[in-house]
Ligand binder design. Structure first.
Ligand SMILES: NC(=O)c1ccc[n+]([C@@H]2O[C@H](COP(=O)([O-])OP(=O)(O)OC[C@H]3O[C@@H](n4cnc5c(N)ncnc54)[C@H](O)[C@@H]3O)[C@@H](O)[C@H]2O)c1
Length: 400
């Protein structure tokens, strides 16, 4: 089969040096052949310098310098959700392709404006979550498409956590986009779109976050009390274009010890999936008259990080695969898999549920999105845990 080396590397800069940046920087620097990570930028230059030194990146830049740089083609935006709009707009206007962490933006009008700029300038936007390109969700999609459980008629997803407690540590959660549907629920929405396609209609009931006025962790610098903006308990219903009906249950007013549930029910059998916030969620299929069977992964990007010394968030293993897909999309002149339509559809579902909670009415989606599946048969590790490089090839070839 071919090689990744026939493609000219894409010169890339990372903006944002917070908690999630380590795993991105390491993977973009060392794992993906298509990426040439040349610069790190941040609001605080000290943090950018520190990351550049740790990971051996040559250039430390201000955000303005990234925009005016001649050579950088792709910018990876790792800032909090409420900052996404201004960073993405600046980079698109400067002629850069952008990969952004979730959510796309916090308001639909802002995302619409960014989509318009990208289209006018013939630039691409890719939006996290990229866990949908991981072994778990891609394997699930492969088995669904094989017809083994027949047509999916319904499903159920659930996640609970103490989102307020988490926001003591992850302070960006205290801002818009930090409550459970937008921060964690979005992984379930992204996975459902990848597996079942576009959603047609939605409705929901919800409750706000509790006022958080008790310091639970030994961390300094938090206000005396705060309330996460938006909905923090959500029960919702999704009707997909293909007819499948899916129930959502997200509870951020709960306790630590996250429990996740992800099940799809078909006309011939059922499928249970793992946590879509990870790359390696197991896929278990139950057919009549059989015990449930844990299926083998048909794809790579299994979340195992085997590069260098352990670093924070190594468990997020293959974050950055969406950036690599965007880089190949640029070189191959095709649309990237985590397209602006995917980012917008995820966001319209979550904000549309808020709208339904407010009005008490069903919300009809205006957008639609499909995620092009990866080619199976390419893997990320050997039986003994050694790193394998061929998973990257699955980004290059069409599935069939
Ligand atoms: N922490 C996680 O577990 C995690 C996991 C997956 C995705 N994410 C997403 O990644 C993004 C970043 O998360 P994080 O945990 O690294 O956050 P963080 O708060 O630790 O870091 C955010 C970074 O953005 C920079 N920043 C903040 N405001 C800015 C502004 N106005 N202009 C320019 N830069 C600004 C900060 O200097 C910091 O470097 C968020 O969108 C989040 O949803 C986080």
């Amino acid at each position: 089969m071919g090689s990744t080396q026939k493609f000219k590397k894409v010169k890339t800069a990372v903006i944002g040096c917070g908690m999630i940046s380590d795993i991105y920087i390491r993977n973009l620097k060392e794992l993906f052949d298509i990426i040439d990570l040349v610069a790190i930028a941040n609001r605080s230059m000290n943090a950018a310098k520190e990351k550049a030194e740790t990971f051996g990146i040559d250039r430390v830049m201000t955000i303005d310098e990234v925009a005016t740089s001649e050579d950088i083609e792709l910018v990876v935006n790792l800032t909090p959700a409420n900052v996404h709009y201004e960073i993405i707009k600046k980079m698109l206007e400067a002629g850069k392709h952008v990969y952004t962490e979730k959510m796309f933006t916090t308001r639909l009008e802002e995302a619409e404006e960014l989509i318009k700029i990208a289209e006018e300038k013939k630039l691409q936007i890719a939006v996290a979550p990229d866990t949908v390109l991981g072994a778990g969700i891609q394997t699930a999609r492969n088995y669904l498409d094989s017809g083994i459980i027949g047509e999916v008629t319904s499903g159920f997803v659930s996640v609970n956590r103490d989102q307020c407690l988490m926001s003591e540590l992850f302070r960006f959660l205290q801002q818009e986009g930090g409550a459970i549907p937008y921060d964690a629920g979005i992984y379930y929405i992204g996975a459902l779109i990848t597996l079942l396609g576009s959603v047609k209609r939605i409705s929901g009931f919800g409750a706000p976050a509790l006022l958080h006025n008790k310091q639970l962790l030994f961390v300094k610098g938090n206000p005396d009390s705060w309330q996460l903006p938006g909905t923090n308990v959500l029960c919702g219903s999704l009707e997909f274009e293909n007819g499948a009906l899916v129930s959502l249950h997200f509870n951020g007013n709960n306790v630590g010890g996250e429990r996740t549930r992800f099940e799809l029910f078909g006309t011939r059998g059922n499928m249970e999936l793992g946590d879509p916030n990870k790359f390696d969620g197991p896929v278990t299929i139950s057919l009549p008259e059989n015990e449930p069977v844990k299926m083998p992964f048909t794809h790579g990007f299994n979340g195992k990080n085997m590069l260098g010394e352990p670093r924070p968030f190594d468990g997020y293993g293959h974050r950055g695969v969406g950036v690599a897909d965007l880089a190949y999309a640029i070189r191959q002149g095709r649309k990237n898999r985590l397209s602006k339509e995917y980012g917008y559809h995820c966001m319209e579902i979550l904000l549309g549920l808020d709208e339904s909670i407010k009005t008490g009415k069903v919300y009809e989606l205006k957008s639609r999105a499909e995620v092009e599946p990866l080619k199976p048969g390419f893997y990320s590790s050997m039986f003994d845990g050694m790193l394998r490089a061929d998973a990257e090839l699955s980004l290059i070839y069409p599935r069939n």
